[in-house]
Design a binder for this molecule. Sequence first.
Ligand code: ZN
Length: 374
Amino acid sequence: MKINFSSIKKLSNQKNMLKTTLTFILLIFSFSCVFSQNAADVNENIPQEISDGPYIFIEPNNLVEKTIVDGKVVSKILDKNAFDTVFTAETETFKNVKNIAALSDIHGQYDLAVELLKNNKIIDKNLNWNFGKGHLVLVGDIFDRGSKVNEMLWLLYKLENQAKKKGGKVHFLLGNHEYMVLHQDLRYINEKYKTTSTLLNLPYDKLYSNKTVLGRWLRSKPTMIKINNSVFVHGGISKDFLAQKNFNIDEINDTMRKSIDRSKKEMKSTNFYDEYYGKKSLIWYRGYFNDNLQDTEISEILNHIKSEHIIVGHCSNEEVVQLFDGKIYGVDSSIKKGKYGEILFIENNQYSRRMLDGQRKPFTGNAALKVDID
Ligand code: ZN
């Protein structure tokens, strides 16, 4: 048998070359893997990747849940009964309530609000209702400025159901910032929500449209309520507002509710916009803090509305304040700054300030007022 050594040598050379090339390719490949792995790690540390939601959209046959997790949209189809989609407005006058707690102007400061509610035992450590038959009143302005608006809304949504089962109540009154967002005035939304809006490919106000669970829930909410002898409203009740109409809380709430889906242009074509959205309206009025009103003028307003106290937010102070000998209380304690906040407690008709750490404190009087707008 004749062996062709030269062709074997040739073959072996070719094999070696192939081996070297393959090794080289493998080496490059593993290098690039290591490199791209490092690049991915670096990207994950960039805090641009927000988390937000859920936003629940109502479709004809089901619900669609959209959540943003680390900058990525996660969509889920839910059964149409997974959430309530019909919310009916209620009569907004309540009597014989022993315990009431009120705060306002949270403006997306969810973590601080949770701490305040926990330390004052309105919720427990697992964020469940702990206020028994008490009534918790949110006197407007949960939207805008801060970055955890959606979290706050879902917390209230949950607490509302839990409170109902215990004979208690959560009242979320709409403030000027709720109405601004619902009327597409998005000047004050947090940067985070611009990203959410881009990722979900919807204008921010459409995340709370009539085709969403929270949007419908919001549209059932009042602007003003009365509990015992106190009226709660975000801005306040001005003489000018009262001059225009009979004071009927349910009718006024109904008018405000219906105005949510009316265009500004349509409302501005009559004097409606001035009355309900102007400077002296329920949601924008600042007269108790800014107008040097006389005690008798406040008494006239209270006589007109057949109440003894009005509790408002909208003008920020450093604490919960008592004005006009306890006829007016201001509960916007600047939670929006994200550092400190208080709650007004009304227990058996006794009014007190409750601090962030849960301590009770007396009112310091008008001298401490440093009013800021909201
Ligand atoms: Zn306000």
